[in-house]
Each structure stands twice: as C-alpha cells, then as structure tokens.
Design a protein around this ligand. Sequence first.
Ligand code: ADP
Ligand code: MG
Length: 178
Amino acid sequence: MNGIEAHTVYIGLGSNLDQPLVQVQHALHALSGLKDSELVAHSRLYASRPQGPQDQPDYVNAVACLRTQLTSQALLNALQSLEQAQGKVKQRHWGERVIDLDVLLFDDQVMDSDSLTLPHPCIAQRDFVLVPLLELAPELRCPRTGQAYHEALARLPEHFLDPCSPPRSVDPSSGAVS
Ligand code: ADP
Ligand code: MG
C-alpha cells in the first residue's frame, strides 16, 4: 500500500455449504489478495450451529482484520464480488450459503445507507461473531453504543458455539479440529 490513509476493518466470514472449511479458507486467501488492502490477521475457524432456519448444516465462522485504503462502500462491493466469484446464491433469510462476507467494523464509522450499515447490526447478538472478533481485539467496543463487545458476549441469552466446552476450532493450515 502507498501513503494514502488506511482504515482498520473487521470482516466476518461464514459458510455452511460445499465444504465450509474449504470455503472459509478460500475466502481468507482471497481477502489476502484484495486490492489496496492488507490482511493483518485472522481468527481461528469456529464451528457453530445455525441461527434462523434449523434445517440447514452447521457453519464454519471466522473473523479477519484488514488494513484497507478502500472506502467502506468500495470494500462492500469488493466483498460482494468475492462472494459471487465463490458461487454465493441468496436462498432465504439467514439461510444456507457457500460464503458470507460481512463488514463488521470499519474504523469507528457509524452509518446507515441503503446498502451498508456500520457497525454490522448483529455483532452483539452473535457469539459466532463476538468470539472470533474478541480473539483478534479483546478491547473492542461498539462505535454506536460504546458497549464493550466482551460485555455483550457475557450477556448473550443465546449461544450458537457450544457453551459447555471450549469453542471447537480448526487450524486453517492443516484443517485439524481441536
Ligand atoms: P446476510 O444479512 O445474511 O448477510 P446478505 O449477505 O445477502 O445477507 O446481505 C444482504 C445485504 O446486506 C447486502 O445486499 C448488503 O448491501 C447489506 N448490508 C448492510 N450492511 C452490511 C454490512 N455491514 N456488511 C455486509 N452487508 C451489509
Ligand atoms: Mg452478508
């Protein structure tokens, strides 16, 4: 990247179709090649139960941290291009998908446009987002409400990662589950 201002962004990844582990690994690789951007880090890969319709397979989730010179809208467009290239087809609300790439946080931007809500409106309700996000940045707060995300996680009434055991995680290089 050149000297243009760079933004710190967090991307949520999810998949539950066509070898979800491979799909998330593929998307992480694609993010590492995103234009005008640098993949700084990514979380472990987590297995979660579906939110919404229950007649669908379990998910693999992760969060990636990028530095990017793209605007938030250009980043969303780029992520949607990656989703299309990976074969995403919208089926039903909160339904199964080959890959989902959501902009969770874009610096501290707060916005509500027709195409983009920042921060992503569902972060604080989803342990499968909060746990990998906090793995990367334990002190993050919601830029809209000021609430610490670790407090949101502690108060969650509903769990999609197994609360009785440490989150199952997958080493993205070997595919080993621990
Ligand atoms: P889901 O809500 O299940 O992620 P989609 O991935 O199909 O469903 O996204 C639906 C729409 O959500 C997209 O067309 C996009 O414009 C909009 N959207 C609003 N805010 C965001 C955000 N922060 N990240 C990603 N998509 C967003
Ligand atoms: Mg999405």
